[in-house]
Design a binder for this molecule. Structure first.
Ligand code: GTP
Ligand code: MG
Length: 138
């Protein structure tokens, strides 16, 4: 079993979709073992997306992620990192498969409703940025 890190992004919280997205996550067999709603500071968003800092959309990304509250989560399950990437669908919702969160709810590539870690190593790093072990109950 693995843990992965998830964010329900501002475009989704603004449209009151937290529960609907959580239902897709749980129906896929992933367990939400920690969850908190926060309004990310600019510093938090910049640090979280540091790997993208040379990309042309970095400024827009930080602005979008701090535009409204997000829900940060730890998900647990068999093969959770890859499983959640599957459940999220492609980064660009136009390319996302039927039934995926991004196909169901995303507006465009910048407002694509969710984040999920892309490796087990990054999952641990990202979880530690937002949760202490005491906040996680598996
Ligand atoms: P995350 O789970 O959010 O990391 O998505 P991802 O792994 O599918 O995509 P990636 O890590 O490549 O990019 C991170 C985030 O940057 C994406 O989720 C998008 O919201 C945003 N992003 C990526 N490409 C573009 C782009 O061309 N334009 C804009 N505005 N945003 C982009
Ligand atoms: Mg990514």
């Amino acid at each position: 079993t693995q843990r992965t890190f998830s964010i329900i992004k501002p475009d989704a919280t603004k449209r009151n979709l937290t529960g609907k997205i959580n239902a897709v996550i749980e129906d896929a067999g992933l367990r939400i073992i920690a969850q908190r709603r926060i309004h990310m500071t600019e510093a938090q968003a910049k640090r979280f997306y540091e790997v993208h800092k040379e990309r042309p959309f970095y400024g827009e990304l930080v602005e979008t992620m701090t535009s409204a509250p997000v829900v940060v989560q730890v998900l647990e399950g068999d093969n959770a990192v890859a499983r959640y990437r599957e459940v999220m669908g492609a980064t660009n919702p136009e390319q996302a498969a039927e039934g995926t969160i991004r196909k169901l709810f995303a507006l465009n590539v910048g407002e694509n409703s969710v984040h999920g870690s892309d490796s087990l190593e990054n999952a641990a790093i990202e979880i530690a940025q937002f949760f202490s072990e005491a906040d996680i109950a598996g």
